[in-house]
Design a protein around this ligand. Structure first.
Ligand SMILES: [Cu+2]
Length: 124
């Protein structure tokens, strides 16, 4: 009889703790969602280029995992980047852009990368 009582108590205790931990999980998820929004960083980076083809190339190159927005203006040559700094670094994106032929303030495209750009994209 004593064993059954203990068993029942154990079940009740388990159910209660399971319920409360489930609630806690929901709560922390909500908190995390908020933090994620706050953690996004917006950065304006000058990226050399010319035309719509450059725009497509730059935005495609910049849109790696962790980047929610990459928008390059043919007028101002500024790339607006919205990204999660815990997932991706601005430096890494700039390196990638330089690798496909576009100069950024921190990384310059090699002559080889630059020369492989189509004629309309030559900005130097
Ligand atoms: Cu171009």
């Amino acid at each position: 009889m004593k064993t059954i009582k203990l068993f029942l108590i154990a079940i009740i205790a388990f159910t209660v703790s399971a319920t409360s931990s489930a609630q806690m999980t929901d709560h922390s998820k909500m908190k995390m969602g908020k933090t994620e929004t706050v953690a996004t960083k917006t950065e304006m980076i000058k990226v050399s280029g010319n035309c719509e083809t450059c725009k497509a190339r730059i935005e495609k190159t910049a849109k790696v995992d962790g980047v929610t927005k990459a928008d390059w203006s043919t007028k101002t040559k500024v790339l607006t980047l919205v990204y999660d700094p815990s997932k991706v670094k601005s430096d890494d994106i700039q390196k990638k852009l330089a690798a496909v032929g576009h100069d950024t303030p921190k990384y310059k495209a090699t002559d080889k990368a630059y020369n492989s750009l189509p004629g309309c994209c030559k900005y130097r």
